[in-house]
Design a binder for this molecule. Structure first.
Ligand code: GLP
Length: 261
């Protein structure tokens, strides 16, 4: 795992978008794993800008989102399909047929989960998975106690997550109790993982995920098992990390990051 500390949320999102852009330029057929949440909005804004101003081309790439609520229509403003369309898909030249999210309205949810896993496999697996982190330490909707080898499945949301997402729904009781999410095992099979966290509300959970033990209580900690995972944080989200100076030295000195400094 590598940790990159940026001065603020703007710089952290910008770096995340630049890494995505570089991977996409190197491989126009990139299979890109995508995330939702307020943190990601800035990243999409930047990718959209790169598409408009620098002709960043999404026409051949395929996308797979991490998760979707059970029971919401794609037209529902709180569905992740709607989020993705609004923040990203409709502003770039990605082919809508190449954008994938789990179908939270499927009659047979278990079958839908298997279908989603099969689709990821059919496209050769995810090349680059972008991730946020929930206050419950989750990646996707892999709530505490999610098996570290779990695959795409239906997951009940914890009170912490219901509370975190309540403002978007206008009350905790309106947040769907369940979601389909890629499993921890699915996520860590991606070739490369990129986790972005910004703001002081993420400081504690980032310290646990990065420097704490690997535990299903904080599913983001499973990323420590990944051979190529980069965690990008702003100063606020980095506040509780113990080895900040070491991380800064690596970013400033290792040749891999030369083009990004
Ligand atoms: C939801 C998503 C997660 C995301 C999290 C972070 O729970 N399922 O994939 O990481 O939100 O949200 P935010 O960026 O709003 O803090």
């Amino acid at each position: 795992m590598e940790v990159i500390i940026q001065p603020n949320a703007e710089a952290a999102s910008s770096l995340t978008a630049r890494i995505v852009a570089r991977e996409l330029k190197a491989n126009p057929h990139l299979v890109l794993g995508l995330a939702t949440g307020t943190t990601m909005e800035r990243v999409y804004l930047k990718l959209v800008r790169m598409h408009r101003e620098e002709h960043l081309d999404f026409s051949l790439c395929r996308t797979f989102n991490l998760d979707e609520y059970v029971g919401l229509f794609p037209s529902d403003p709180n569905s992740y399909r709607h989020y993705m369309d609004e923040h990203f898909f409709r502003h770039v030249n990605v082919d809508p047929r190449n954008t994938h999210l789990p179908n939270g309205l499927a009659e047979d949810l278990e079958e839908e989960c298997t279908r989603y896993e099969d689709a990821i496999r059919r496209f050769g697996g995810i090349d680059l998975q972008v991730l946020g982190i929930g206050k419950a330490g989750h990646i996707g909707f892999n709530e505490p106690l999610s098996a570290l080898r779990s695959r795409t499945r239906v997951k009940a949301l914890t009170p912490t997550t219901l509370k975190q997402n309540a403002p978007l729904f206008g009350g905790e009781d309106k947040v769907p109790r369940r979601a389909i999410t890629m499993g921890v095992g699915t996520i860590i099979e991606a070739e490369r993982c990129l986790l972005l966290a910004t703001g002081s509300s993420k400081a504690e959970v980032i310290a646990l995920a990065v420097e704490g033990p690997i535990t299903s209580m904080v599913t983001a900690s499973a990323l420590q098992l990944h051979p190529r995972c980069t965690v990008i944080v702003d100063e606020e989200a980095a506040a509780s990390l113990k080895e900040k100076e070491y991380y800064r030295w690596i970013f400033e000195n290792e040749p891999e990051w030369q083009g990004y400094r």
